[in-house]
Design a protein around this ligand. Structure first.
Ligand code: SF4
Length: 322
């Protein structure tokens, strides 16, 4: 099942910006065949028209208002009413890609001014529509389009939404065996993200009879969203790789093991990418017909076609060194 993602409409979909322009975005373009996008322009939805005078965020007694200085119009109530009703009615959404630096869609860091006159920034906040996204969907994956140019951030986002979408597919016709299978094939991926939470999720799976399937699925989905809130660390990936090595340690020659451990050190030192380790592991999985590992989503958490070549050289430089 393709992930279902709400996206700011001006990103590749429609010339709906205040200046009548559309924004070209390489990432959105390249991933669009593999994602079910739901494009929305909140400003057009509340009748602001195209083109329109620019708007900004203004602090009024501690409350952030959405105002149009040229017409002195306050769009706050309209935007809040629309956002709340639209977002509450949304169904089956796996995540959000929103336009940064927009007083409506920007997820954070938007300048809030003390007045509509030219003045220094009072503080920073989220855009008005994005604020409601945060409130109504606090644990869903969400990114601004600019951050997705970073390969590590993009792959984390894609991993999250693909895993959440595959869980959503399971909810169509759920069975206790499906939940057991889902947890089994995602075990190494979840372990890399958060071992403690992965174990708690394992306990949920094994107590589904006691909890009832519906309640177990609901709790599991909540934990699944939580587990993807934080990117996995390099140390967690090394731990997972050592588990993988454990499957083959009796079957490999001393030279093969030494080469793998060397590659692991190079990965730790930022000299080799994770893909080198995964490539080695995958060659053993094929060679020794290791079916349990072959099914692990850790090795391919989203379609290969989404591994974009545009910044492969930068990949490991952006890896979190934790
Ligand atoms: S940033 Fe949001 S509100 Fe602004 S044009 Fe794009 S979709 Fe519309």
């Amino acid at each position: 099942m393709k992930p279902r993602i709400l996206v700011s409409k001006c990103l590749e979909f429609d010339a709906c910006r205040y200046d009548g322009q559309k924004i070209t975005d390489k990432v959105i373009k390249q991933i669009s065949n593999h994602i079910e996008f739901l494009p929305i322009c909140p400003e057009v939805q509340i009748g602001m028209g195209i083109p329109r005078e620019p708007i900004c965020l203004v602090n009024e007694n501690g409350a952030v208002r959405l105002k149009q200085p040229a017409t002195k119009t306050d769009f706050t109530d309209k935007m809040n009413t629309f956002s709340n009703s639209f977002l509450t009615d949304l169904e089956d959404i796996d995540g959000f890609i929103l336009k940064g630096r927009s007083p409506s869609c920007g997820i954070n860091g938007l300048k809030v001014y003390p007045s509509m006159q030219k003045s220094p920034v009072a503080f920073k906040d989220a855009g008005l529509f994005a604020k409601q996204v945060n409130e109504i969907y606090p644990n869903h994956p969400k990114e601004e389009e600019g951050r997705l140019a970073n390969q590590f951030i993009r792959e984390h986002f894609l991993t999250s939404i693909y895993c959440l979408a595959s869980f959503r597919a399971l909810l169509d016709k759920p069975s206790p065996a499906d939940l057991v299978d889902f947890h089994a094939k995602n075990k190494y991926l979840l372990m890399t993200y958060n071992q403690k939470l992965m174990r708690e999720m394992g306990r949920l799976v094994s107590s589904q009879k006691k909890l009832g399937l519906e309640s177990a699925l609901e709790k599991y989905q909540r934990s699944l969203r939580l587990i993807f809130k934080k990117q996995p660390s390099k140390a967690a990936n090394i731990n997972t790789q050592m588990h993988v090595l454990g499957f083959f340690s009796e079957k490999l020659s001393p030279n093969e093991k030494a080469f793998f451990l060397d590659s692991l050190t190079n990965f730790r030192n930022g000299v080799k990418p994770l893909s080198v380790l995964n490539g080695l592991a995958w060659s053993w999985i094929v060679r020794f017909k290791e079916e349990y590992l072959r099914r692990q989503t850790y090795f391919q958490p989203f379609p290969e076609a989404l591994l974009l070549p545009m910044d492969s050289a930068k990949r490991e430089r952006t890896y979190k060194n934790v």
